[in-house]
Design a protein around this ligand. Structure first.
Ligand code: UGA
Length: 426
């Protein structure tokens, strides 16, 4: 099949490369000339494990190309997948300007019976807007569909090659059959539903996972008060098949480019339809407050951050990515600076851009960041950080070790001479 993917972010590049690996002829389209130039040369403009290899492999077969030309990419495509960003607008709703701009740009080049599929995370009602935008410019018969993406950054290639399900929101047989055929190389179950249901399913999945994380963080707060240990609680409840032990290690709240914006969108939607008391409004607030609540608590436990050197381990929003969107470090560094601390950070991939008042320097190794620290704060569970032997960097002075992801063994850290602090345990 001839497929065009609009947008060369995580979802766009991974989808384009994976569809090419299924044997389809794929064109990746973006208005950013620099990104397209890099991609044409086999370079991925961000870090995603395994993606460069897949890209090069598919480019070598001649099945995968990139362009900035709508005319070239749309004129020949049977299936056009919109995978551009939908960031939060100032009012916390999803900003659809890139989705609608791509609809406007593709319209003049659309061919008869082409299928325009929205993969970007968008609220119900968006496909209708995309269709109206296209119809304002062309008389050709075309079709619309919604096919949300569920991949995670850091394991995007694996998730796309082994999805739990493919969700196709389509209201006619031709579209459903074509989009099913697009995925015929996969074993995954295909869920056919209404367009609005597909879009709500995407928001619901992210909102549920964000709620799950927030819930366990709230329970962790209570464990700190009553002497229970959150890890033991998770172990004890996790044997219940309805609950499970997966996907709720406590921490600094959820970050990244998806959960914060998708919860905000659903919360804003709930307010717009008079459901002001909807749980998601509170989830959103709790997550925004969480880092500051924890930093205040840790500050009290270590006698304040003023004049302390803090080694901040991990800058990205999670391991195996260089993505800094809504990363804890973007709040921690300004906060610690405002408290009079000096921050020395380390991350295997990500880079922090200093703000005006930041007392921060990024180091090249864990050793450099930690050697003179008063406080070591481990905030991202990169294997290089969780596997590090901290006896190597123990200085001959009192040092605190803040395990903000509960990844370390208290006994080992204490045996190395640190005062150990974690989440959801005293
Ligand atoms: C998330 C979803 O997991 C994907 O299914 C979805 O497709 C994607 O958003 C999206 O909408 O594009 P992602 O943001 O890449 O994927 O990252 P996750 O691994 O889900 O982590 C999100 C945040 O939750 C991170 O800040 C992570 O540290 C935090 N988290 C995750 C926890 O605090 N505890 C956990 O147990 C798991």
């Amino acid at each position: 099949m001839k497929v065009t993917v609009i947008g060369t972010g995580f979802v766009g590049v991974v989808s384009a490369a994976v569809y090419a690996s299924f044997g389809h002829e794929v064109m990746g389209l973006d208005i950013d000339e620099h990104k397209i130039k890099l991609l044409e040369q086999g370079e991925v403009p961000f870090y995603e494990s395994g993606l460069k290899e897949l890209l090069l492999e598919q480019q070598a077969t001649g099945k995968l190309h990139f362009t900035t030309s709508y005319e070239k990419a749309i004129g020949q495509a049977e299936i056009i997948i919109i995978a551009v960003g939908t960031p939060s607008a100032a009012d916390e709703t999803a900003d659809l300007r890139y989705v609608l701009a791509s609809a406007k740009s593709l319209a003049p080049h659309l061919t008869e019976d082409a299928i325009v599929v929205i993969k970007s995370t968008v609220p119900p009602g968006t496909l209708e807007k995309v269709i109206a935008t296209i119809q304002a410019q062309t008389n050709v018969t075309f079709h619309g569909a919604s096919m949300p993406e569920f991949l995670r950054e850091g394991s995007a290639v694996h998730d796309t090659l082994h999805p739990d399900r493919i969700v196709i929101g389509a209201d006619n047989e031709f579209v459903f059959t074509k989009l099913t055929e697009l995925h015929s190389a996969l074993q995954a179950p295909i869920v056919r539903c209404k367009v609005a249901s597909a879009q709500m399913a995407k928001y619901t999945a992210n909102a549920y996972l964000a709620t799950r994380i927030t819930f366990i963080n709230e329970i962790a707060n209570l464990c700190e008060k009553n002497g229970a240990d959150i890890n033991e609680v998770i172990e004890a409840i996790g044997y219940d098949q309805r609950i499970g032990k997966h996907y709720w290690y406590p921490g600094l709240g959820y970050g990244g480019s998806c959960f914060p914006k998708d919860v905000k969108e659903l919360a804003a939607y709930s307010r717009s339809v008079g459901e002001d008391g909807n749980l998601l409004n509170r989830i959103n607030e709790i997550n925004k407050e969480r880092i500051f609540r924890l930093l205040t608590k840790f500050g009290q436990e270590i006698g304040g951050f003023e004049h302390k050197t803090v080694a901040l381990l991990g800058l990205s929003f999670k391991p195996n990515t260089d993505d800094m969107r809504e990363a804890p470090s973007t709040k921690i560094i300004p906060y610690l600076s405002s408290q009079g601390a000096q921050v020395l950070s380390y991350d295997p991939m990500a880079t922090y851009q200093n703000q005006e008042h930041d007392a921060h320097e990024q180091k090249n190794t864990i050793q450099e960041a930690c050697s003179e620290a008063d406080v070591i704060m481990a905030v991202v569970e990169w294997p290089e950080i969780t596997g590090f032997d901290f006896t190597q960097v123990k200085a001959n002075k009192k040092q605190f070790f803040i395990d903000a992801r509960n990844q370390f063994d208290r006994q080992i850290i204490e045996a190395a001479g640190y005062t150990y602090l974690a989440i959801g345990k005293r």
